[in-house]
Structures are given as C-alpha cells and as structure tokens.
Write a protein that binds this ligand. Structure first.
Ligand code: SAH
Ligand code: SF4
Ligand code: F3S
Length: 488
C-alpha cells in the first residue's frame, strides 16, 4: 500500500500485557499539556477530521480531547468520510464484537485510502493498547498511518507530524502507566452536560476484564483540579456533570501526601452551584457508609447509582475476583435504599462466565428480582486475550449463553416496566436536551434518575428544567406532559 519498507524501531514501543500488570509504586506525575509546536499550529487550516468513537464514556470524553487538539491545529469536524483529511478510530476492547466492528470498518477504509492516499488513517483508544491488535493491524491493515494508545493522546501533534511526513506507519503505544496531563484542549460535544475525569486506570483486575491493561494503573486527579473544572463548567452554564472513573470509589487511594477520598470529593462537589452531578462507575467493594451519608444529602447529587454486580452467585463472583459476595452486595443495596429512599439503581451483568452453572445463573435472576433495578446492561461473557478468565475452561455452550441472556433480559424488562409504571401520574424534574430523535414535535430530556422522558412543549424549554407529569410509562422511556405553573 505504498508504505515502502517499514522500520518500526524509531517509533514502536509495543504494548505489552505483562509489563502493564507490573504496577509501579512511583508517584504519578501531573504534567501540563505542551502547547502545539509552531509548525503544527496551522497545519489543519482548510482541512477536516472525522472521529469515530466506540466504547464507554471515558472514550467519548477522550474523543473530546482529541477533537480539541485537532481543532487547535486548525482542523474542522466533518461527518463525511470523503471530505475528511484525517479519520481516527477511537476504539474499545471490552468485548470481541466491539473489536470485530472496528476491524470491519477499517477494512472498508481500504478503497477510500487508495482513492485518497494523503488521507491520514489512525487507530487509537483501548484496542491500540493490545499487542495482538497492533500486530494484526501491522499485518492486515498496512494502509493505517498512525496508531497511538490511551496514555499518549497529548502527543498527537507530534505523532501527526510524523505520520504526515513519513512513509512509515507511526506506532506509539505506551504500556507503562501514564502520567496525568492537565489542561488539554477539549471540544465538548454537549452544551448542557459535561464529562469530568476524576481518575484514570483501574487496579481491580477483575479476571474477565481488559481495562486494567488498556488504561493503566489507578491515578487520581488532584481534588483542586477536579473542583476547578466543575466550577468553570458551572460558570459556563452547564447544567450537569458526570464524574468519570473506571472505579470512582477508589478515588484518592493513590494519594501519598493527603487523605482525601471519593466521599470527600462528593461532599465538596455538593457545595458547587451546578444543578446535577452524576458519577460512573462505582465498584461495590469500596462503596462505604460515609459515601452513602454524603450522597444522601441530595441537592445536586442525584439519586441514581450505577452499581455493577456482574453476577448473583458468590462462587462466580469469587472467580471473577470481584472481591465481594452476593450477601455483601445485597446488604449494600439495602443500606443505599434506606438512606436514599427514591434511589434508582442500575447495573451491569455478565452471563455465561466460564463454568457458570444453571443454578448459579438462577442466583443472578433471583438477585435481580430482589434488588429491582431500574435498568441493566447485560452481556454475554467474551474471553479477552491475556486475562486470567480467558484461561479458564469455558464449558457453557453458545446456545446456553444466548438463552441465559434472553431470560435475564426478559426479567429485567418486566421489572423496568413495573418501576416505570409506578411513576404514572407523578411530576418529575426533566432537564430538556432537545427534540426527540423520532419526532421533532416532541421534546426529550432526562430525570434526575437518568430516565428518558418525551413530552410536548415549546422549544424554549430546551436547556431548561421543566416539571413533567408522567402519563404513559413504557419499558425504556416515559411519556408525559409539561406541567404549566400558574400563579393565582
Ligand atoms: N469499570 C466499570 C466497567 C467497565 S466495562 C466497572 O467496573 O463497573 C463495562 C461492563 O462491561 C462491565 O461492567 C462488565 O459487565 C462488562 N464486561 C467487561 N469485560 C467483559 C467481558 N470480557 N465480557 C463481557 N462483558 C464484559
Ligand atoms: Fe474492569 Fe473490574 Fe476494573 Fe471495572 S473494576 S474496569 S470490570 S477490572
Ligand atoms: Fe472499552 Fe476502553 Fe471503555 S475497553 S469500555 S473504551 S475503557
């Protein structure tokens, strides 16, 4: 594909799972984003970029940073592949089908790249952190120009320069845990709701999960930096922030010079004048009483907790290395429900983990029944190369896995519907995001508990909080009518 002989030694720091698993004890360095080098400042004038983002909110937010860096070099966004001068795939590695999708789309890029050899085609995000993926791209997708990982997004201007001026594929993936880079430019995609990273990485090493390898060790941002970012968003008129971390409950545990944890952070965020604050994701193990107490204050701390359980069987949880039991999880749920009576709980569940028996799956069903989640993300277990679970004997047939997923979804849908039915006739506060996707005459927004509400109302409501009376609850959405406040 016109790449000539490839000499990777210059750039290639190959990703390595074994290296990633050795967690360094050294203190995390907080660095400031270098300004864009002079020769790259206007390189994108008159040119366009297209970013394709897969995966979780963390990736969505990383894409906002990537967009920020590209726009600081003069590039403008486009949705049109044919108009784009740069196409970047910000990828997710969590399950095999996520990866297959990216490889499929990368394959589709081949004719475009042939038509337009100057197009820069790049792959970043979690898949680039995997050795096997990088090797596959090197072999099968040689027309890719640039691969970089999750720890070196800030190096994009320099890497892009290399990709533009070199005939070789530029690969820079750091398997060593990253530092924290502050003050990176960002183009936020939403004017109402903003993502705020509070920590990076994950040290939990659940046996099925690739994230600790693709995102490095746990590193918490300094409280002052997080709080300043939220205050600035509030000043700019944002109505909602979502604090991001793979395991937000571990926030601050890596600080060596101060005692300040997630409950402290939430307590300080509670005092900031921004209407709604969410966070994701919570690990049940570190969810302590103090945090429950802080969250129970309400105010801008909304009554929605996403609390992934993964399985209802203590035996399976043990093999997943989740480090809690079914009983501990249920106790925690009880405590949360007692402290925050109108709380909405959502979860993630994996079915068909290696060796999961029908009885163990039944324990998941009974836990779901007992907790009464508002909704759940449900997944079939997908082996991830290099993780401990990938080496366990996977004796659950594909058919059985699909059947379990279906039974679980049927049960959860029934519960979701019942929970939504209970809202009929109630008035809820909705942050109006815009017109509904399917009908421009209908407005759509979310409750404090993150439920989607569709209702008829004037467009002037967009961006505002509106009281909506729920008239027609459905399984996944609520229909309602705006309550007009009359003053007698
Ligand atoms: N950090 C978050 C989850 C990140 S991944 C947490 O710990 O809660 C989101 C969800 O994907 C997980 O909660 C899990 O349910 C699912 N998941 C992760 N690895 C998976 C795998 N190998 N196969 C299937 N589902 C997986
Ligand atoms: Fe993965 Fe577990 Fe970390 Fe979540 S806590 S990112 S599931 S290893
Ligand atoms: Fe996927 Fe990486 Fe997020 S693997 S789920 S994009 S942290």
């Amino acid at each position: 594909m016109g790449k000539g002989t490839v000499d990777f030694s210059k750039y290639f720091q190959p990703p390595n799972l074994k290296e990633a698993k050795k967690r360094g004890k050294e203190e995390t360095r907080v660095l400031d984003f270098d300004t864009i080098p002079d020769d790259m400042k206007n390189i994108g004038e008159g040119k366009f970029y297209l970013l394709k983002t897969y995966g979780c909110q963390m990736n969505v937010h990383d894409s906002e940073t990537i967009a920020g860096i590209l726009e600081n070099m003069g590039y403008r966004p486009t949705e049109d592949e044919h108009q784009a001068d740069i196409i970047l795939f910000n990828t997710c590695a969590i399950r095999e089908n996520a990866e297959d999708k990216v490889f499929g789309e990368l394959g589709h890029m081949k004719p475009l790249k042939r038509e337009k050899p100057d197009l820069i085609l790049g792959v970043c995000g979690c898949m680039s952190q995997e050795e096997s993926v990088v090797n596959k791209i090197l072999q099968k997708f040689q027309y890719v120009d640039l691969i970089f990982g999750t720890h070196n997004i800030h190096r994009l201007p320099v890497l892009l320069r290399d990709a533009l001026y070199s005939k070789e594929m530029v690969v820079e993936v750091w398997s060593k845990e990253g530092d924290i880079v502050e003050n990176m430019p960002k183009v936020r995609q939403d004017g109402l709701k903003a993502w705020v990273n509070i920590m990076y990485g994950c040290d939990k090493f659940c046996t099925y999960c690739i994230v600790p390898y693709t995102r490095g060790k746990e590193r918490s941002r300094q409280p002052g930096d997080v709080l300043a970012e939220i205050r600035e968003l509030a000043r700019k008129g944002y109505k909602e922030v979502t604090l991001l971390g793979q395991n937000v409950n571990a926030y601050g545990k890596d600080f060596q010079d101060q005692h300040y944890d997630f409950a402290d952070l939430m307590n300080d965020v509670h005092k900031i004048d921004i209407p709604r604050v969410r966070f994701t994701t919570s690990h049940p193990r570190d969810f302590d009483d103090r945090l429950i107490e802080v969250l129970a204050q309400g105010g801008n701390l909304v009554e929605h907790i996403h609390l992934p359980v993964q399985s209802g069987s203590s035996e399976v949880l043990k093999r997943m290395a989740r480090k809690y039991t079914r009983e501990h999880y249920l106790e925690l749920v009880e405590k949360i429900k007692k402290a925050i009576p109108n709380v909405s709980l959502t979860t993630d569940i994996i079915v068909g983990f290696p060796g999961e028996t029908e009885e163990q799956f039944q324990e998941t069903l009974s836990l779901v029944e007992e907790v009464q989640y508002d909704s759940a993300f449900t997944f079939i277990y997908s082996p991830r190369h290099g993780t401990p679970a990938a080496k366990m004997e996977d004796n659950v047939s594909e058919e059985e896995k699909k059947d379990r997923l279906q039974r679980l979804m049927d049960l959860q849908n029934e519960i979701s519907r019942k929970k939504n039915e209970a809202l009929k006739g109630q008035v809820v506060e909705v942050l109006v995001e815009g017109e509904s996707k399917n009908n421009p005459d209908v407005l759509s927004g979310r409750t404090r508990t993150n439920k989607l509400v569709n209702f008829k109302g004037p467009k002037s409501c967009i961006g505002q909080f509106v009281d909506v009376k729920i008239t027609e609850p459905q399984t996944w959405t609520l229909k309602g009518e705006a309550v007009v406040k009359t003053h007698v």
